[in-house]
Each structure stands twice: as C-alpha cells, then as structure tokens.
Design a protein. Structure first.
Lengths: 103, 171
C-alpha cells in the first residue's frame, strides 16, 4: 500500500522533471533534469520490486545507478571538450589547453 | 514486541517523507531561476529522497541480502550524485554562465536579461589572464562554442564582440 503511494509520488516527480527536461533553456538544465529522472527511476525500480513482492529488482537498481552516473559524465565531457577522447574528437587538445603550464 | 508493532508505521513514515522530498525537489527543479539554483533542488532529491525511501524499504525488509543491496544503492548515490552535480556546475561555469544573484522576486526572464553584463566582465578578466596558451586554444573554438546553447550563445557572442575578439575565452 505505502509502496504504491510512493511509486505514484515518484511518477509525479518524474513528470515534473520531464517538463524541465523538455523546456529547459540551456543544455545543462536538460542534463540536470535527466540526472534527476535517473535517480527517480532507480527508486522506482526498487519500489516496483517491493510492490510486486519480488525485491530482487534491487539488482537492476544498482545497475541503473552506475549507468546514470557514467551517462551524465559522458554528456558533460562531450559538452566540455567537444569529444569523448577517441580519435575523432579533439578532447586532448582542449584538455591540455586548460592547464596553465602547457603552451 | 512493541518494536515489531511500530515497524510498518515507521517504514510508511519514511516512505512518505522521502516521496515528499522527491516531489518538492522536482517542483524546485521547475520553479527555480537558473542552473545553479536548480542544482540545489536536485541535491535535495538525491539526498533526502533517496535516503528516506531506501530507509523505508530497508525497515520493511528487515536484515537480509536485499537490505544490504539497498544500502549499497544508497551509499553509491550518496557519493556519486554530488560529484555529478558538481560536474554540471563546473561545465556550466566554464562555458560562460554565471549564477544570477539579483535580489528577491527575480524571474528567469529578468535574470536572463541581466546576464550578458556579468559574462562580459568575466570574459574580459579571463582575456587578460590567459594569454599564453592562445595558439592551441584557437584551434578548438568551434567545438567549444557548440556546447553553449541558446541563451548562453547570445551572451557569449555579445561578450566576445566587446572583448579582444577571441571567441574561446568565455567557454
């Protein structure tokens, strides 16, 4: 009962965060909103496991937490350096130019 | 005996507090004026919401492997979500945004109107300080300005038009 209500609250919070992700004026608002949605989904998967009386869904929660963290950092690295560190991007050049002693 | 009687209510109370924190945090995510203050709302969701909801589930579950996994989720989020929000703030600050600190009752539109003056001041300060690695930084100006979208793009362009003409200083 209580888990169902908490799951409904997670749904409301996710809808509100989704509005911010849709109309956020900058890209960083969208990244922040997607990060918040990921956090809500982590809780939602665990709560869904308790509602369905299969609490083993917590494993999926752990996996989703790791993926959310990695995904946020990948998007932010793409914004900051213009590449993800492979041959196509110029991530090494811009990362080097941030250091004051190199030049 | 009495503890066993109170445990479901304690679990429900924790879940209610956590859900309230989630909803209030997402309301703050909608209503706060700029990125740096929205980070504050997300931080409340990540600490209070996750902490209380996971606590409620752990109280309901008792001491078992599921409870240990829930504690692992809570500890992981407790360490990684401040890192993620700090990275968001750092990248936003590097690409030309500055926090709006203009008195009470400021809406987002007023704040956006006041933003270019601050960005211009910051870009000018960086242009004097950063003269050495200009040769390397010039190469990557197009890739860097991609990151600054709509409002930031206007502000950065306006700021760089007034400064020395190097477009990559504010980003």
């Amino acid at each position: 009962m209580m888990f169902g209500l908490a799951l409904a609250g997670c749904g409301v919070a996710m809808i509100l965060a989704l509005i911010r992700a849709a109309k956020g004026p900058t890209a960083f608002d969208r990244v922040l909103a997607v990060n918040a949605i990921g956090t809500i989904i982590i809780l939602g998967v665990a709560l869904h496991g308790f509602v369905m009386e299969r609490p083993e869904f917590v494993d999926i929660s752990i996996l989703y937490a790791v993926l959310n963290f990695i995904g946020t950092f990948a998007i932010l690295k793409l914004f900051a350096t213009g590449g993800l560190g492979d041959r196509g991007g110029n991530a090494r050049i811009t990362a080097g130019s941030d250091k004051p002693k190199e030049g | 005996m009495s503890i066993d009687f109170f445990l479901p209510y304690l679990s429900g109370l924790s879940l209610a507090i956590g859900t309230l924190a989630l909803v209030v945090g997402s309301l703050g995510l909608i209503r706060l004026p700029d990125v740096f203050s929205r980070i504050h709302a997300v931080g409340m969701m990540d600490t209070a919401g996750v902490g209380f909801i996971v606590l409620g589930m752990m109280i309901h579950e008792g001491f078992s492997l599921i409870s240990v996994k829930l504690a692992a989720v809570a500890v992981f989020l407790f360490f990684t979500s401040p890192i993620a929000t700090h990275a968001v703030a750092q990248v936003a600050h590097k690409s030309g945004f500055s926090p709006v600190a203009t008195g009470a009752g400021t809406t987002a539109k007023k704040a956006a109107r006041k933003k270019p003056t601050k960005v211009k001041a910051r870009a000018g300060a960086k242009a004097t300080a950063k003269t050495k690695p200009a040769g390397k930084a010039q190469k990557t100006k197009t890739a860097k300005t991609v990151a600054t979208k709509k409002t930031a793009n206007k502000a950065v362009k306006k700021a760089n038009k007034k400064s020395t003409g190097r477009r990559d200083d504010a980003s």
